[in-house]
Design a protein around this ligand. Structure first.
Ligand code: GAP
Length: 507
């Protein structure tokens, strides 16, 4: 089993993620979160929410509806431009996103560059210098140029909507269907990603609505409501977490690309000449946020866009090294005044700000940070999941989540159920449960209980044994190092509080 299949089966086996409607064989690209999955997801949400709203005096949160007035999507450009280029393979009859076929080809070029670098590293040993290798190797220079040429051509074809050109690129690069190896492709067609639904009883005249494809529009249409009710002054942000829906052409790779997913987005409204400065600020602030959660900083990188969304003047992705390669986890977009201006045009309502310093009214510009909650979950899950040999021939699967995000903070075990140990363990559990998500477990051997807590990522196990009755201490077993130590029962709360300090995580 490869790493990714192992991850998917671990997520199901231990109650993190289930295919939706599993008993009916599932429904493509829709998933449910299980008992530990929802705890982890809520902890990620909470961490993002605190980082955005609690730590910034000038960011407020809202929660807007999924169904919005249909004109919103005309104004936002989604009806006109929220399309993906679709292509079918004539032999396998499989459907693909044409731009992704080209991007995957470029990923293979990137992989060749990586292989060339690694080969040089092995040959030169200690004398190896990656920077020099990049600028002096003719092979790497040629591969980089080739990739740049392809990406530029693809971006141009998408911008100009010359779908034939995307097909020409696929033909010229001799891209094959991964299933059948066939190079026989249909023309490229445009496909709108929004899900439609009907508003009102079917027998009567109904209004066609869309399930929102991004949460951002809820913040734009509430710009005046929020600024008037909170007296926020530019620059300020509106943040929200919520579901979004996209009828994705291809939806593979587990929860990476889903048809129903959750976004954590923040729209930051700035004065017109300040957008570049704030774009840089948010780009780096968000990167730092990701690094605060990882011990593997090289798993993250920026990818500046050549191909821009219809509303953006600049955009970068924060990419994460998923088990299937570097892919977007969060987007930072400079959205100009596109959305507010268009909502003014279509609604006839002013969406402006009076700047007392400048003595003028203007339509603010927007910097957006947009992270997929499910992708963040997948990133965290994949970087935390380890298979370790803990003693000769004995293996454990362990989820080494950052302590503050772990679904269960501690498990409380009585060594055995008899002799009053269970009662003392239950007493400790009852005291901790008001403050922390903890569980009580008395069945099976201690070793098996440890293995299970490792598999769901519980950072601490507290065991009540006979010594506990004598000196009022328990054994703390640490998930990552498997080290054990004695701790006074009176100090458990302080111990957990100190380990879970939000401030420590965010520094
Ligand atoms: N409001 C801007 C916006 O929606 P996007 O780049 O299309 O921009 C933002 O999406 C983030 O939402 C992405 O970085 C990704 O993490 C997440 N996302 C987008 N489509 C997704 C999908 N089909 N499944 C899961 N997450 C998705």
């Amino acid at each position: 089993m490869n790493n990714f299949h192992f991850l998917i089966s671990h997520a199901k086996l231990y109650g993190f993620i289930f295919p939706s409607c599993d008993i009916y064989d599932g429904i493509s690209a829709i998933y449910d979160y299980g008992p530990y999955g929802i705890l982890l997801k809520n902890n990620i949400k909470d961490f993002w929410w605190k980082s955005m709203i609690q730590l910034h005096r000038n960011i407020v949160g809202i929660d807007t509806s999924i169904l919005m007035h249909p004109t919103v999507w005309k104004a936002s450009g989604h009806i006109e431009a929220f399309n993906d280029p679709l292509i079918d393979n004539k032999d396998s009859r499989r459907r693909y996103r044409a731009d992704l076929l080209v991007e995957e080809y470029c990923d293979r070029i990137e992989y060749k560059i990586h292989k060339t670098v690694e080969k040089a590293r092995n040959i030169l040993g200690e004398k190896f210098d990656e920077h020099i290798c990049f600028i002096t190797s003719p092979k790497i220079t040629e591969l980089k140029k080739q990739k740049e040429r392809i990406i530029k051509r693809l971006a141009l074809a998408i911008d100009n909507k010359t779908l034939n050109d995307i097909r020409n690129i696929i033909e010229e690069l001799e891209i094959r269907d991964t299933e059948s190896g066939s190079k026989s492709w249909t023309d490229v067609r445009e496909f709108n990603l929004m899900f439609k639904t009907n508003f009102g009883p079917l027998r009567h005249k109904t209004l066609e609505l869309y399930l929102r494809p991004e949460t951002a529009q809820g913040s734009f249409v509430n710009f005046s409501n929020v600024s008037n009710s909170t007296l926020m002054k530019i620059p300020f942000g509106i943040a929200q977490i919520g579901k979004a829906f996209r009828n994705e052409i291809i939806a593979r790779q587990f929860i990476f690309r889903m048809r129903e997913f959750e976004q954590m987005e923040m729209q930051f409204f700035v004065a017109p000449s300040k957008e570049r400065e704030w774009y840089e600020y948010w780009k780096h602030t968000r990167f730092k946020w990701h690094l605060s959660l990882t011990i593997e900083p090289h798993f993250y990188r920026f990818h500046d866009h050549d191909k821009l969304a219809h509303y953006a003047s600049a955009a970068t992705d924060i990419e994460y090294l998923f088990p299937f390669g570097f892919k977007e986890i969060e987007g930072i977009h400079s959205r100009t005044d596109f959305d507010l201006k268009n909502h003014q045009k279509y609604s006839g309502k002013k969406l402006q700000f009076f700047d007392y310093n400048r003595h003028q009214h203007y339509t603010p510009y927007v910097i957006e940070t947009s992270i997929g909650l499910d992708r963040m979950f997948l990133g965290l899950f994949s970087s935390s999941l380890k298979e370790e040999e803990f003693s000769k021939g004995n293996f454990r699967s362990v989820l080494k989540f950052p302590i503050a995000l772990a679904p269960i903070k501690a498990a409380i075990f009585p060594l055995v159920k008899k002799d009053g140990l269970a009662e003392l363990a239950e007493k400790i559990f009852n005291e901790l449960k008001c403050k922390y998500m903890v569980i009580y477990e008395a069945n099976e051997s201690i070793g098996k209980r440890y293995r299970r807590q490792d598999a769901i990522g519980t950072p601490f196990c507290f065991t009540v044994d006979y010594q506990s009755q004598r000196d009022y201490t328990i054994t703390v077993r640490h998930r990552d190092s498997m080290r054990q130590e004695r701790l006074s029962i009176n100090k458990i709360t302080y111990f957990l509080e100190e380990k879970m300090d939000f401030q420590k995580l965010i520094q």
